[in-house]
Design a protein around this ligand. Structure first.
Ligand SMILES: Nc1ncnc2c1ncn2[C@@H]1O[C@H](COP(=O)(O)OP(=O)(O)O)[C@@H](O)[C@H]1O
Ligand SMILES: [Mg+2]
Length: 327
């Protein structure tokens, strides 16, 4: 199991990860999702002991990475920029890792087979495509047969077939009882493979739960006399997300209609409309709602998510009001 407890990372003035608390249990695939710059890689770097936390803790099976005996056998990780010696073959790269980590050399051929790199294993890694480099990085993570897998944007560079293959692999590992945490800025690439999601935005958790709950929470729509002030009041309590929907209404999640009406009444804000939004919104649309620009921006061109791949747009577009789609 992976646990982050009030995990915080500050780079100078910038809070890259802010008071992040979540868990990724064994036996499940947890998607760690958020737009580019949300803090996913920074979180992984702290989890793997590659960056020091400014505050809080990141734990694997209750211990920090530094405290794990034989960490390679416990955690396998693929980070964004896994480096290889370009002149070395894929096979030699993996042999170097087994030697350094005291792992059996026979594992090399096993993992090469597992990631479908057998045929290319003798070639220089410098000549590999991005997809092949991803597979090699994955092979390296699997060498120790770890019970925890941490993958950062593993679908980058994979063709659609490779993405489908990876999804199957993630499911298999979880079915074997492993803990799988996979970071992506593209919900669509991992949605079919994940059981749970932890969605972050600007270093903070905006949603944690089963992926089925995500689609099931369409939120409430509120039209009021002062949307900016109401948004500020509502977001002041944790677990609430507020987003302008482009038609002058706010979409609020994590609060009941009573909460919202009460908050508005106490602040002297008139509520003109307060309604549950229709269920059955697409997962993608909910993801965009959660990770889109915050309540301070109300213009239709500023409500889009930051750093989201254009491929997420068309899927969500038909269900969204025209004014809301900046693309
Ligand atoms: N070494 C660093 N020094 C300064 N800022 C950093 C550093 N690494 C990441 N950041 C900043 O922290 C934020 C989160 O980055 P990152 O964790 O890479 O996000 P993600 O992986 O979700 O795209 C970004 O604003 C990024 O610019
Ligand atoms: Mg990243």
């Amino acid at each position: 199991m992976i646990e982050a407890r009030a995990l915080t990372k500050r780079y100078g003035e910038r809070l890259a990860v802010a008071d992040l608390t979540f868990t990724a249990p064994a036996g499940q695939v947890t998607g760690f999702l958020g737009p580019n710059g949300a803090g996913k890689t920074t979180t992984f770097r702290m989890l793997l002991g590659l960056a020091a936390a400014t505050g809080g803790q990141a734990l694997v099976d209750g211990r920090t990475y530094a405290d794990l005996p034989e960490p390679r056998r416990v955690v396998g990780a693929v980070l964004e920029s896994s480096g290889f010696h370009p002149g070395r073959s894929g096979r030699d790269h993996l042999r170097t890792i087994t030697a350094a980590a005291g792992l059996p050399r026979t594992r090399v051929e096993e993992v090469l087979h597992l990631v479908g790199l057998g045929g290319a294993a003798g070639r220089r890694a410098g000549g590999y495509s991005l997809g092949m480099r991803q597979r090699l990085a994955l092979a390296g993570a699997l060498l120790g047969d770890p019970r925890v897998l941490v993958l950062d944007e593993p679908t980058n560079g994979l063709d659609p077939e490779g993405v489908a293959w990876l999804r199957t692999l993630l499911r298999e590992w979880a079915a074997q009882g492993r803990c799988v945490l996979v970071a992506s800025h593209l919900l669509a690439e991992v949605a079919q493979a994940v059981d749970r999601v932890v969605i972050i935005k600007s270093g903070r958790v905006v949603h944690e739960g089963d992926i089925t709950d995500l689609a099931a929470d369409p939120g409430l729509a509120v039209r009021s006399s002062d949307p900016d002030r109401l948004a500020a009041l509502l977001t002041a309590s944790p677990g609430t997300t507020v987003r302008p929907d482009g038609t002058g209404r706010l979409v609020v999640r994590g609060r009941t209609a009573e909460d919202i009406g009460g908050t508005a009444a106490r602040a002297g804000i008139a509520v003109h409309e307060l309604a549950h939004r229709p269920a059955g919104k697409s997962l993608e649309e909910t993801f965009l709602d959660l990770t889109g620009t915050g309540p301070t921006s109300t213009g239709p061109t500023s409500t889009g998510p930051t750093g989201t791949d254009p491929t997420t747009g068309p899927a969500a577009a038909p269900a969204r009001p025209a004014a809301e789609v900046p693309r």
